[in-house]
Design a protein around this ligand. Structure first.
Ligand code: GDP
Length: 299
């Protein structure tokens, strides 16, 4: 069994291929979670669930395909400042999750109920049950990640990123169990700073990664992220926005880094990490499957 560490866009694309080939459990970033219009939205958990349930909107890689936005439109009409466009079916998931949380279930328990209801076989585990919040320090103030990325469209200059509440976060018993028993750990092509760093900063997780074979796929191709603000955040944290910069973020535990063919000149050995190349751009389900097959052939 493989354990995959995931954010909400790049890694779900890879899970689309991996689910055809092998068994795995997913540990998901929750530091981008946010309460919106009374409900708890877990963007990365939802994208992983929808992908594994075959429901994800593959144009945007968030939300449910074919969803409508009537409630969102009505809320805007009423004057509600709902800055994330939440689909009607997507909102049903958020409402049910929030009900479960208000009844006293943990996020791990609520996610288990949701994934079973959606027919997802793989374990989908929040990185922790405590609240952790990615905050972006910008030239225009300190803001929640979603305010920076969705409301402000990623425009402010990034000075720093930190994870509020991370010192209280500890690995759940489910996270420890899958990490202890897995054959290897796969870090998908997710944002190293805002999707993966929160996961590895949860107490108990990094220590287990050091003892495992860890393979990561670079979300940086050439000198920029395939999509999203990963390059900006890596530079703000003092890393180079390049595939080897990704290896630097993971250097304490990384064994193999998969980079894209366009960066093939970097193949070889880098600071104790084996660097290999293939096509990592996943436009189609076939691309996802081929990348997943390549990764499985490595270990
Ligand atoms: P978020 O939670 O929505 O930020 O999602 P992730 O962190 O999982 O995914 C964002 C990262 O995925 C970005 O850094 C992108 O560069 C990367 N990404 C998206 N699509 C692809 C792809 O097809 N291939 C690769 N290699 N990276 C991708």
């Amino acid at each position: 069994m493989i354990v995959v560490l995931s954010g909400g866009t790049g890694t779900p694309k890879l899970l689309r291929g991996l689910k055809e080939l092998t068994e795995f459990a997913v540990i998901v970033n929750t530091a981008e979670d946010v309460w919106i219009s009374g409900n708890k939205v877990c963007p990365d958990i939802d994208s992983v669930l929808y992908t594994l349930a075959g429901m994800i909107d593959e144009e945007k890689w968030w939300g449910i395909k074919g969803d409508s936005f009537r409630t969102h439109e009505m809320l805007l009409k009423l004057g509600c400042d709902e800055f994330m466009a939440i689909g009607d079916l997507d909102r049903a998931v958020h409402i049910f999750r929030s009900e479960l949380l208000r009844k006293g279930l943990t996020l791990t328990e609520a996610t288990k109920m949701l994934r079973k209801a959606l027919g997802v076989e793989q374990e989908v585990l929040p990185m922790c049950d405590e609240d952790v919040e990615t905050r972006v320090v910008t030239n225009e103030g300190d803001m929640h990640f979603q305010e920076f990325w969705v409301k402000r469209k990623g425009e402010p200059e990034v000075v720093d990123v930190y994870f509020k509440g991370i010192e209280r976060a500890k690995a759940t018993k489910d996270v420890l169990r899958v990490l202890e028993s897995c054959d290897f750990v796969l870090i998908g092509p997710s944002n190293p700073i805002t999707s993966i760093m929160p996961i590895i900063s949860v107490r108990g997780i990094k220590d287990l990664l050091i003892d495992k074979t860890v393979v990561a796929v670079s979300p940086i191709v050439g000198e920029e992220a395939v999509s999203g603000p990963a390059g900006k955040f890596m530079r703000a944290k003092g890393f180079k926005a390049s595939p080897l910069g990704v290896a630097d973020v993971y250097k304490d535990f990384l064994d193999i880094l998969v980079i894209d063919d366009v960066d093939r000149r970097l193949v070889g050995e880098y600071d104790g990490v084996k660097v290999v190349a293939t096509n990592t751009i996943m436009k189609t389900a076939e691309d996802s499957r081929e990348l997943a097959e390549f990764i499985l052939s490595l270990v």
